[in-house]
Design a binder for this molecule. Structure first.
Ligand SMILES: [Zn+2]
Length: 254
């Protein structure tokens, strides 16, 4: 066995930590240069572990990774570059950040980098920490993350018959992959009615550059409606519930 261990330097955001055995911890990190990785942090829960304070959820860190040997990478060094400490002063912001982390975790596989998604995740975490309206940051994140991962919903043409979708009330079919026209939507038992206004905003978020979306605000009722369609779309894609949604609804109160 060679003693040369290839090291990879990369920035990363901690998505998830779980305990393993007596003292170990598994970390799921979305990194800039290697995409999603899992690290088995041996002894990470023992007092005195130097790395552990640099590996907090939602924080960005500069990492040194030892090349993957089996299922895991090894984080050999970690230094926090953006702790996002203000996030932890608000349960609502923690709930938004938890949901964003869960979506980022589930929408990715461990098959290499996705620089667009990484940049989006950095910006979204910053916005959730500082923006007076983290709801908008969540909606933009979901739409953009779907696009960056190749799963963006079809919103211009009916997913069943291909007809152009004109501004009107229609159906949204998570299983079909987007909007269904009135004639097709009524035959899809899982399709959800979508109002013209909701569809308009969804399209706007999908096509507008990220920087220009920062300042738009969406009325609460509309935001909740958009959110509902997007969560249904994600849960269909992931074939399971998003655990963090109920936490968010609990702390937010709607
Ligand atoms: Zn149709």
């Amino acid at each position: 066995m060679s003693l040369d261990v290839r090291l990879v330097k990369t920035d990363g955001i901690i998505l998830r930590r779980s305990d393993c055995g007596e003292a170990d911890r598994i970390l799921v990190v979305f990194t800039q240069n290697r995409g999603k990785i899992r690290d088995l942090a041996k002894g990470a829960r023992k007092l005195g572990s130097k790395k552990v304070g640099h590996l907090e959820p939602f924080a960005s860190s500069r990492l040194m990774l030892a090349e993957k040997t089996s299922d895991f990478w090894m984080i050999s060094q970690a230094e926090t570059t953006n702790p996002r400490g203000d996030m932890r002063t608000s349960l609502v912001r923690i709930a938004y950040a938890s949901l964003v982390s869960e979506i980022a975790d589930r929408i990715t596989t461990e098959d290499g980098p996705n620089p667009n998604l990484y940049a989006l995740l950095e910006e979204t975490m910053d916005n959730i920490e500082s923006d007076p309206n983290p709801e908008m940051a969540l909606l933009v994140f979901v739409v953009r993350a779907l696009k960056a991962s190749g799963f963006d919903p079809q919103l211009k043409n009916c997913v069943k018959c291909g007809a152009e979708i004109h501004p009107d009330d229609h159906f949204f079919s998570p299983a079909g992959g987007g909007v269904a026209c009135k004639s097709c939507g009524v035959h899809d038992q899982y399709a959800r009615a979508i109002k013209m206004e909701t569809l308009k905003y969804l399209r706007h978020i999908q096509r507008t550059p990220f920087s220009r979306l920062k300042n738009i605000t969406v009325p609460l009722q509309l935001a909740v409606s958009i959110e509902g369609h997007l969560f249904a779309f994600l849960e269909n894609l992931f074939e399971g519930h998003l655990r963090s949604v109920s936490f968010l609804k609990d702390v937010r109160g709607y």
